[in-house]
Design a protein around this ligand. Structure first.
Ligand SMILES: NC(=O)c1ccc[n+]([C@@H]2O[C@H](COP(=O)([O-])OP(=O)(O)OC[C@H]3O[C@@H](n4cnc5c(N)ncnc54)[C@H](OP(=O)(O)O)[C@@H]3O)[C@@H](O)[C@H]2O)c1
Length: 251
């Protein structure tokens, strides 16, 4: 994809990776629309970046997604990039006496069904363009779970599989399908401490790497694999899966 002149919708654009991508694309001369639930942040971020638009969206609400897509089609008929980035992460304990599935339900709703709903609703607009791109944020954890985040990791493994099928189904259309395989990054995804965790990649460095990857020829796999996620992505192929799983999760 070209890195300027696009009309780009970024879900989860109110914070973390989505916000930083929105700012990077805006700086490079793209029309950027950010979406999320926190109206105050949509207002603040769009005001700080003249031309950027903020649109409220709860990806968990299928009816709202339909109305949102209709509005996008009317206001931004030239939309040619969708960045499916909204996501949540919560730990879960399946050894508890009474297992609480509320976190699992919420994660499946936002990280899986939300992505499918938005993609399906916006595909007609994307398919009308001469060239368009869907970028979806998965994770290195799609390939090697952190065992205390079971449904979160599985949701990203779901996206990895689903994106391969989507890419294949759309191969004869103008829509390219990319997977952003993110490493552990300093955002508030799991709470404030993650944003200051020295083991996590600084957000600005990660977004700079994403923009660099987008400048290079895209591999046929459609995977934008961050260097810091390579060990997880290739652990099985490299015969290191069990060793790395134990090293990361304990015994
Ligand atoms: N940070 C990491 O280490 C890491 C690693 C791999 C992958 N990722 C993925 O990167 C993506 C962005 O996460 P982040 O790390 O930047 O965390 P973040 O700062 O918490 O961002 C999450 C974004 O998702 C939005 N969101 C959550 N639920 C939503 C809903 N129901 N409807 C609409 N928007 C919703 C939030 O906006 P509102 O609250 O305003 O709705 C927020 O903008 C996620 O998909 C995450 O799984 C992150």
């Amino acid at each position: 994809m070209l890195l300027s002149g696009n009309t780009i919708l970024i879900t989860g654009g109110t914070s973390g990776i989505g916000r930083a991508l929105a700012e990077a694309f805006h700086q490079r001369g793209n029309r950027v629309i950010i979406a999320g639930r926190r109206q105050a942040l949509l207002d603040e971020i769009s005001a700080a970046h003249p031309g950027m638009q903020g649109m409220p969206l709860d990806a968990d609400d299928a009816r709202a997604v339909g109305a949102f897509a209709l509005e996008i089609g009317e206001r931004f008929p030239d939309l040619n990039v969708l960045i499916n980035n909204a996501g949540i992460s919560k730990p879960e304990d399946f050894t508890a006496n009474s297992v609480d599935l509320s976190a699992a339900r919420a994660i499946i709703q936002t990280n899986i069904l939300g992505v499918l709903e938005i993609t399906a609703a916006l595909l007609p607009t994307l398919e009308r363009q001469p060239a368009s791109t869907i970028i979806t944020t998965s994770s290195g954890l799609a390939f090697m779970p952190r065992a205390n985040f079971p449904t979160y990791c599985a949701s990203k493994a779901f996206l990895h599989s689903w994106l391969q099928s989507l890419r294949f189904q759309l191969r004869k259309t103008p829509v390219e399908v990319l997977e952003l395989i993110a490493p552990y990054v300093q955002t508030e995804l799991t709470g404030q401490s993650q944003a200051a965790d020295p083991h996590a990649m600084p957000l600005a460095d990660y977004v700079a790497e994403v923009m660099q990857m987008l400048e290079q020829p895209i591999p046929p796999s459609g995977e934008l694999l961050a260097r810091r996620a390579e060990a997880l992505r290739w652990a099985e192929k490299n015969g290191e899966y069990e060793q790395l799983f134990s090293a990361r999760n304990g015994r």
